[in-house]
Design a protein. Structure first.
Lengths: 178, 710, 418
């Protein structure tokens, strides 16, 4: 599974482009660019804030991809059974079955389903071809702020726990966000 | 130099950083790029580097040398051979030198991508002092002020090789996490930030790190006052480093007298930063050491750039944050020695550059440069010496103040040659355009800013068409004009540059990086004979010159001071009535670099149009909603950008994005008059008196919605 | 054990998959499943009938599962012989042909049928409904020869049909009784933008009127409206709504109201008889019993029913009505899980007349219960859907709810929420 620590994300968008390159995703449209162009993005970055409350600044970026949920809403939503979960938990899409109806998109709380130029759905595949070679996912490997973690659920829990603990002990250390 | 097969390690040149990357090639085509996890940059990359495949194979690249056959800007070109192109450029330069003298030739580059030393060497080798760069408002002031104050460039020590990481980090007008790796890089900074206890952010806007920082929302253009105010607190409260000040600085008493003019309450009024924050920041920086200050380019793009930087360097010095592990350090260069020597070994021309009389720090050796605005004015009026210009990788129509005036000047040149990857608006007005190769198609040594390492950029694929790397273009041109300074081929030139390290280019390619890290870096060098026998800094007095003898000699104030921006509510109150908002053109994005990458589809889709940050209150008053197109107008002209409501700054400030043009719009202008921030800036006096810096970050403007049909 | 399922739609398919999946887990043997349906095709997705008519999807693409589905899951099927009635006392179903099926457990997933308004001439041969694949096939055959069409009813299906026929080049008019389109989906304000888009496409809207007669004579055919207006059309599609198909439970003890009433375990009032899908009235998060003519509900209800049929006590805790309007140039959606009372609810709206954006959020003590959005980001719909489904509190981000891309702030709080 994948965890993005929003307290470290600096909004550099490298993850989006790393993923695009890894999966050779289309950018569309580009020339001339439309007002809201978006090629399919298997990971997306959102800005929250800034908001200034009592002199304190609240501002985050958060990167979200398919969360490979344990109870995937998209899977039950798909009329033609095109979405399935692999044994290792990674979601996958059968593009031959997909009819591009977007029912998965209306069900996913993260807006993860993306649609390519054929109208077929695609999801973050957790770069399993890289994981198999012992490499990190494209987004995790390139993130300069080291805010993306991909691993087994218990590994991730450990990391989150460590970070939370150190934030309590030493509020200035190990966090971009006070 | 053969083309590598399968996996090739090289260095990315998409910005000034130089991350190490691994490129996968198959049948001569690039399939994949990723960071090298075993390198100094630990495998990280940014959006720009990762999108490089779309640069290399971009259909808009210039493929062949072309010569203009219609009127300037008509867009009628004829393909010519490299022989013909280089012969023509060389001939024009030679003729100009013969008829008018060497000063009639101007050689320019832009932000530079590691070929700065070639540009300097070329200009010197043909004997012209008129080397022009945007350096007087970008990096040049840092170069000069560090040089005269400390003797060498100082960088933030984020690496902890001396056993300590910075406890306090100040980012002064800088967003290192997403832009401008001028010597330090995001991945190193973010690691150090994790370990830092205090982080102070000086920026009119609450950038991402403001959530973590003691944020000083400074009014644009008033940073000198802030630095002097902080020093006032530090000195008066006795928080300065007594030992360092006593033994290693010069002019402390006089600096102390100067800072009395800047008590915190007065500074708070000037800078709009609350007094308690100024005092807190000063105390934190002085007591929680080691500390470092990351200086941003915005401090250099104003009418008081030199003194602003001098003040900040003094702040580093009086707190003893120089050469101490975790503070500011002058890196010991790798075994190759500083690559800049390659330029400096050619003697400087005897004639002085344009503007030398007025901007004496800018013209000071060793990196003497001409003052661009004066040079362009001279071309416009016909009274200046420059007749012929060669531009290597720069887009003056976008990057220099008052673009209209720039175009006027370019059109009056007798001959203009431009080398670029794309037909930029500037290239469209040239007489000859030379196609340049991408870093994935180049062999070179990357040394953007002299620091502790140099890396090898290895050619991975052939260029499309006949594009040549910058170093090859310079060498071939150089051979025609000053053969004694140039080489048979690029490999020879690279071997020559590596000679001090005792390796050849072939060897360097496989080594990849030559770095001096950890034990090889030396701290407290001033206590050794590194710069001066018996210890000391490489300055006239051997000490860190708080009171600058060089500035005194050149006829400038030897102590830092604050000066109001040329256009401000206080200096030009009448203007302020009509243009009631303070404009900074410092808006930047992590996936563009100045005017680059607008034609890269993966990057352009992230934000296809320029945006201007406006405070929601201000926007409401002006009837502007989030996402509306608005006009931003100054006395020089007006541009269109999309409004983004941004609550993280003073409502009186507006921050526009710079360097925008639209490659997809038809030539020759490609929409350069639509949204380019330099339509708004001024190229008229007064500039910074010592460096001649133009003002980009503290202007006055008005903003109003774009009506339908406009 | 023999399980008989009446119906072959999403609820039925979901149920059999649940049964077979848990059967393995529970190591139950000998479960015989019969699926009885009046339609003869394999299970298909009824939401895409207009795509079929437009030629965007072929019949095969509409099927919910592969051709080998029934064999693989060992489902015995009897298609084409509709179920006539249920003898709940003797636990058997009776088919039209007279054949009878005993059952140990019964699942009624008969879906919904179109409401047939009492209009004179409604049985003429150029009048169609749009509810089953057979309807769509008939329409598709006729289209080539048609030039003008009238859609009766501007509900979600009505405007979907209108835009589909319009895209195929027909001259389309829509007649609606109320003074706005999609009255059951959007408020007047939001509907206004939808109407604007429909008119931009060249679709004629006749609002506040009704069809009093459908005629067909030698020279022309079409419909006459109450106002006296006459619309010539060689194709008429009736889309005035659907009702749960409950005829087969008529002489049983199975309680019905607007639909077949079920509890959170999908049990009807008669033991061992379950119901799921468009035919039922089910409890939602707020304790209300509602009809839900939506895909997501049918799938979930079917799964829940299937689980309970084999003894797994799974509860249906939510029933969300999700309506996404198709065929427009933008996304328009309405999602609701009806609260007990709208009285104490807080209503937030946001609109931009110029850009044609409208959003309405109804909060019940900080929990979203209703949402309407016109020209909003498609990426937002899923988040709102889930927030309404599970009754999440969005009190903290009330001021951010109208952002174009909503995802950020909420997921910061509970990244593993969903």
């Amino acid at each position: 599974m994948i965890f993005v620590d929003h307290e470290r994300c600096i909004g550099c968008y490298a993850c989006i482009v790393a993923c695009k390159m890894e999966h050779d995703l289309a950018p569309y449209p580009t020339s001339p660019p439309t007002a809201e162009p978006k090629g399919p993005r298997l990971i997306r970055v959102f800005q929250v804030g800034p908001e200034i409350k009592d002199g304190k600044v609240y501002q985050y970026f958060v990167a979200i991809s398919c969360m490979h949920c344990t109870d995937p809403q998209c899977m039950s939503a798909c009329p033609v059974n095109a979405i399935s979960k692999r044994v290792d938990g990674i979601m996958q899409v059968d593009r031959d079955r997909c009819i591009g109806c977007k029912f998965c998109l209306w069900a996913c709380p993260y807006g993860a389903p993306q649609f390519d130029l054929d109208g077929k759905m695609m999801l973050c595949d957790l770069c399993f071809h890289r994981l198999q070679e012992g490499k990190k996912t494209a987004c995790e490997a390139h993130c300069p702020a080291r805010c993306i973690y991909v691993g087994a659920p218990d590994e991730i829990s450990k990391i989150i726990g460590q970070r939370a603990a150190s934030r309590i002990e030493k509020p200035h250390e190990s966090s971009l966000v006070a | 130099m053969g083309i590598a097969e399968n996996l090739v390690k090289t260095t990315c040149k998409s910005c000034h950083g130089g991350c190490r990357v691994i490129v996968t090639v198959e049948n001569g085509k690039i399939m994949h790029i990723e960071g090298d996890s075993e390198s100094l940059t630990e495998g990280t990359m940014c959006a720009k580097g990762l999108a490089s495949i779309k640069e290399v194979y971009n259909p808009n690249r210039i493929l062949y040398p072309i010569k203009r056959v219609g009127e300037r800007g008509e867009g009628k070109w004829k393909r010519i051979s490299w022989e013909e192109a280089l012969d023509l450029v060389a001939q024009k330069i030679k003729e100009a030198i013969e008829n008018y003298g060497p000063s009639s030739v101007a050689i320019g580059q832009g932000t530079g991508r590691g070929y700065n030393r070639y540009t300097f060497r070329f200009a010197r080798s043909i004997g012209t002092p008129n080397l022009f760069l945007p350096a007087h408002f970008c990096y040049g002031p840092r170069l000069a002020t560090f040089g005269i104050t400390v003797g060498g460039r100082l960088y933030c020590d984020y690496h902890g090789w001396g056993g300590e990481y910075p406890k306090t980090i100040i980012h002064w007008g800088k967003q290192l996490e997403i832009t401008n790796a001028d010597g330090e890089m995001a991945v190193w900074f973010l690691k150090a930030l994790e370990k830092a206890e205090y982080f102070i952010l000086v920026d009119p806007r609450a950038t991402r790190l403001a959530a973590r920082a003691l944020w000083l929302p400074v009014r644009p253009g008033t940073d000198a006052a802030l630095a002097l105010g902080m020093m006032n607190v530090i000195i008066n409260e006795g928080l300065f480093d007594e030992d360092f000040v006593e033994n290693w600085t010069y002019g402390f008493e006089r600096l102390k007298e100067r800072v009395q003019e800047y008590p915190p309450d007065k500074v708070a009024e000037i800078t709009w930063v609350p007094e308690e924050k100024i005092v807190e920041a000063a105390r934190v920086f002085a007591t929680h050491k080691p500390g470092c200050i990351q200086i941003g380019e915005c401090l250099e793009a104003g009418n008081n750039s030199t003194q602003t930087l001098r003040a900040i360097i003094c702040l580093m010095a009086i707190t003893g944050n120089i050469e101490r592990p975790g503070s500011m350090i002058n890196w010991v260069p790798p075994d190759t020695g500083p690559m800049e020597d390659f330029a400096l070994e050619v003697p400087a021309p005897k004639e002085l550059p344009i503007g030398a009389g007025r901007f004496r720090l800018l013209a000071r050796p060793p990196f003497a440069m001409c003052h661009v605005e004066t040079m362009l004015e001279g071309i416009r009026s016909g009274k200046g010496p420059v007749k012929v210009m060669h531009i290597q990788g720069s887009n003056p129509l976008v990057c220099y103040a008052n673009s209209k005036a720039v175009l006027e000047a370019l059109l009056k040149l007798e001959f203009l040659s431009v080398a670029d990857l794309y037909m930029s608006p500037t290239a469209e007005y040239a007489d000859v355009v030379l196609p340049v190769a991408h870093w994935l198609e180049t062999d070179d040594i990357y040394d953007m800013h002299p620091r502790f390492f140099v890396s090898a950029i290895q050619k991975v694929v052939e260029s499309p068409g006949e594009a040549w790397p910058d170093n090859k273009i310079y060498n071939e041109l150089g051979k025609r004009l000053a053969p004694q300074w140039w080489f048979n081929n690029v490999e020879e030139m690279l071997n020559y540059q590596l000679r001090k390290a005792g390796i050849t280019w072939e060897q360097f390619k496989s080594i990849g990086v030559l770095a001096k890290t950890v034990k090889d870096q030396v701290y407290y060098k001033y206590k050794t004979g590194y710069w001066k026998k018996g210890g000391g800094f490489d300055t006239p007095t051997g000490k860190v010159e708080l009171y600058s003898t060089v500035m005194e000699e050149l006829g400038y104030d030897p102590l830092p001071y604050f000066k109001e921006p040329n256009e401000s509510p206080f200096t030009t109150p009448e203007l302020y009535k009509e243009y009631p908002l303070i404009l900074s053109t410092g808006g930047r994005l992590p996936y563009y670099f100045h005017s680059q990458y607008r034609q890269n589809p993966w990057l352009r889709e992230l934000q296809p149009y320029p945006t201007v940050q406006i405070h929601p209150e201000t926007a409401k008053k002006l009837g502007i909603k989030d996402g509306d197109w608005v006009w931003i107008e100054t006395p020089r002209g007006r541009i269109k950008q999309k409004a983004i409501l941004f609550a993280g700054m003073d409502p009186r400030i507006v921050v526009a994005q710079a360097s925008w043009y639209y490659p997809e719009k038809p030539g020759p202008d490609h929409g350069v008059w639509d949204s380019n921030a330099n339509i708004l800036t001024s190229n008229e006096l007064p500039f910074d008196p010592a460096m001649g810096s133009t003002t980009f970050r503290a202007l006055l403007c008005k903003v109003y919605p774009v009506k339908e049909g406009e | 054990m023999r399980i008989v399922i009446v119906g072959n739609g999403p609820a039925a398919i979901s149920a059999v998959e649940a049964i077979r999946a848990h059967q393995m887990m529970l190591e139950l043997n000998d479960i015989e499943i019969w699926m009885l349906s009046k339609e003869t095709t394999p299970a298909y997705a009824p939401m895409f009938l207009t795509d079929y008519i437009m030629g965007k999807l072929e019949e095969k693409s509409l099927y919910l599962r592969g051709s080998n589905f029934y064999n693989q899951l060992e489902i015995k099927t009897l298609f084409g012989d509709p179920v006539d009635g249920i003898d709940d006392r003797n636990r058997r179903v009776i088919l039209q042909s007279g054949r009878e099926f005993d059952f140990d457990r019964l699942l009624i997933a008969t879906g919904a049928v179109p409401i047939k308004p009492p209009i004179k001439g409604i049985d003429r041969e150029h009048v169609f409904f749009l509810n089953k694949l057979s309807d769509a096939k008939q329409i598709a055959k006729k289209i080539a020869a048609c030039k003008k069409a009238t859609i009766i009813g501007a509900g979600a299906i009505g405007i979907e049909a209108a835009t589909a026929l319009n895209a195929l080049g027909l001259d389309v008019s829509v007649v609606e009784l109320l003074d706005q389109v999609v009255p059951a989906v959007l408020d007047k304000e939001g509907a206004h933008y939808v109407e604007r888009n429909l008119r931009k496409k060249g679709i004629k809207l006749v609002l506040g009127d009704r069809v009093s007669e459908i005629f067909c004579n030698s020279s022309s055919k079409g419909c006459v409206l109450e106002s006296g207006k006459i619309i010539e059309s060689d194709l008429i599609i009736v889309c005035v709504g659907v009702r749960p198909y409950m005829d087969i439970v008529n002489s049983t003890d199975i309680k019905t109201s607007k639909g077949i009433i079920v509890n959170e375990k999908m049990e009807t009032s008669v033991p061992d008889i379950y119901a799921a899908g468009d035919a039922v009235e089910s409890p939602n998060l707020h304790g209300n019993y509602t009809l839900n003519f939506t895909w997501y509900s049918a799938v979930e209800q079917g799964w829940t029913a299937g689980c309970n049929i084999v003894g797994i006590k799974r509860q249906l805790t939510t029933s969300v009505c999700v309506n996404i309007l198709k065929g427009l140039d933008f996304v328009a959606a309405a999602i609701t899980q009806a609260p007990k009372s709208l009285n104490k609810c807080e209503v937030l709206t946001s609109k931009d007349e110029e850009k044609g954006i409208f959003e309405k959020i109804v909060l019940d003590k900080g929990h979203i219960v209703q949402y309407q959005g016109v020209n909003v980001s498609p990426n937002k719909i899923g988040f709102i859907h889930q927030a309404i489904k599970f009754g999440k509190s969005v009190e903290k981000f009330k001021d951010q709810l109208f952002k174009y891309d909503l995802i950020g702030p909420y997921t910061l709080e509970m990244p593993f929420l969903f």
